[in-house]
Design a protein around this ligand. Structure first.
Ligand code: UGA
Length: 437
């Protein structure tokens, strides 16, 4: 059996590498030739723990990489993992997947195989039936369900644990009709992930499951962030003790209750916006989802107002931002709250220096010479008047008086309570902790 994977971003490249490392016959496809060259050399275009190791193992097992989609002709299973970003209004932008489906349809036209296409890209409910299926049928001159299979197969992996999540997913969702193709795919996943629940449902429900998952995670984060704001007003209150305790209740669960500067990244913010737009289109006013977004925006406003309260006017003030990646163990800065923070501080004419263990170069692509970059945390703090800790990189937990003494004014704003247990000779403020009077 030959497997094709169209789109080599986080999801596509992780899946390609994992399947090839398990000795499946895999071909990864991406229109970006430069990216393909790099992958063929065993170099990942982005940082993801364990990815390069897995990729190299796959390449040893004869993993193929191509930039021309017509190679899918020989494939039995074709996973589609292209991006579905948001447009300017916040709605989902389907242009990339529509183009991919057009070329895919043409490419499968000549194939003699009974191929199965699995769509992993996140799409709003109805997209499979109303957009993807018609484009594929028109361009392939084949009928879905008879000549080829079409299955929704949403992905739940997290960046920074993408390889582990690809190997050990918590569930497999298969949306579509109960055809022979569905049976085949179910067998494939049963063998690949024994003991993992496989949920078979229709297309629109599978599409909605993905939004339900991400919007619930965003809701948990905004919930704890809202509580953390209340805690800040209660002298001595600690949001982490609250999160830890309510997390012990199985009905609540302990994950995604880490209060901070708000959720960022290429998925939660985009999917929240898409779901809100979609809900409105259906005539449902998404009051809860709107509130989740509002709380998220307010987290950043709060950090800025704390900074202003401590520093006065920000114009000309030297501020250090520690961490620009949207979360630790990635170099991804897409929709990172830290990037948003820097943009806002720059508008107020602050002088910014940043440090990030992995995302320095990606950050440079956005700000160029508008800000300063430090490879060492100590240097980033030198002569600074205020430091804001944004991303929870492990190494920041080691910071102490020794490093802060290089600052001219020792104001420390801790977005993740990384230094909360320390005796610091600084003006310390942490999200989620009520300052003792
Ligand atoms: C998210 C989902 O977690 C995945 O299940 C999903 O597959 C993926 O989106 C996607 O749709 O592709 P990811 O974007 O990699 O994964 O990042 P998360 O780990 O969910 O973190 C998102 C944001 O929430 C980050 O800014 C993170 O710092 C923040 N967060 C997360 C918190 O502030 N507190 C928490 O307790 C957890």
């Amino acid at each position: 059996m030959k497997i094709g994977i169209v789109g080599l971003g986080f999801v596509g490249l992780s899946l390609t590498s994992v399947l090839a490392s398990k000795k499946f016959n895999v071909i990864g496809i991406d229109v970006d030739k430069e990216k393909c060259r790099s992958i063929l050399n065993g170099v990942s275009p982005f940082f993801e723990p364990d990815l390069e190791k897995t990729l190299k193992k796959g390449l040893k097992n004869k993993l193929q990489i191509a930039s021309d989609i017509s190679v899918v002709q020989d494939c039995d299973l074709i996973f589609v993992t292209v991006g579905t970003p948001q447009n300017k209004t916040g709605a989902i932008d389907l242009s990339i997947i529509k183009n991919a489906m057009l070329s895919l349809g043409k490419s499968i036209r000549k194939s003699k195989k009974q191929q199965i296409i699995l769509i992993k890209s996140t799409v709003v409910p109805g997209t499979m039936k109303d957009i993807i299926l018609p484009i594929l049928e028109k361009n392939s001159k084949k009928k879905a369900g008879r000549d080829f299979g079409l299955i929704s197969n949403p992905e739940f992996l997290q960046e920074s644990t993408a390889i582990k999540d690809t190997k050990f997913p918590h569930a497999v969702v298969l949306g579509g009709y109960r055809t022979k193709f569905m049976k085949k795919v179910k067998n494939f996943f049963t063998k690949l992930h024994p003991n993992v629940p496989i949920i078979i449902t229709n297309h629109q429900t599978a599409e909605m499951i993905k939004y339900a998952n991400n919007s619930f995670l965003a809701t948990k984060i905004s919930f704890i962030n809202q509580l953390s704001s209340i805690c800040q007003k209660i002298p001595g209150a600690n949001v982490d003790d609250i999160a830890k305790t309510i997390g012990l209740d199985a009905r609540i669960g302990g994950l995604f209750l880490n209060a901070g500067p708000g959720y960022g990244g290429s998925c939660l913010p985009k999917d929240m916006k898409a779901l809100i737009k979609f809900a409105k289109m259906t005539g449902v006013e998404p009051a809860l989802l709107n509130a989740v977004e509002e709380v998220n925006t307010k987290q950043l406003d709060q950090i800025i107002s704390i900074t202003k309260k401590r520093l006065g006017s920000l114009s000309g003030k030297r501020i250090t931002v520690l961490g620009t990646a949207f979360k630790p163990n990635t170099d991804d800065i897409r929709d990172s709250i830290a990037i948003e923070l820097i943009k806002k501080l720059l508008r107020k004419k602050a002088k910014i220096t940043i440090h990030d263990p992995k995302a320095l170069e990606n950050t440079r692509k956005i700000f160029g010479n508008k800000i300063n970059y430090s490879r060492l945390v100590g240097d980033a703090l030198s002569k600074s008047q205020c430091v804001i800790l944004m991303t929870q990189w492990k190494q920041y937990e080691k910071l102490g008086n020794n490093e802060f003494k290089r600052m001219t004014k020792k104001i420390v704003i801790d977005g993740r309570r990384m230094l909360s247990g320390k005796q610091l000779d600084v003006d310390y403020f942490a999200i989620g902790l009520g300052k003792e009077k």
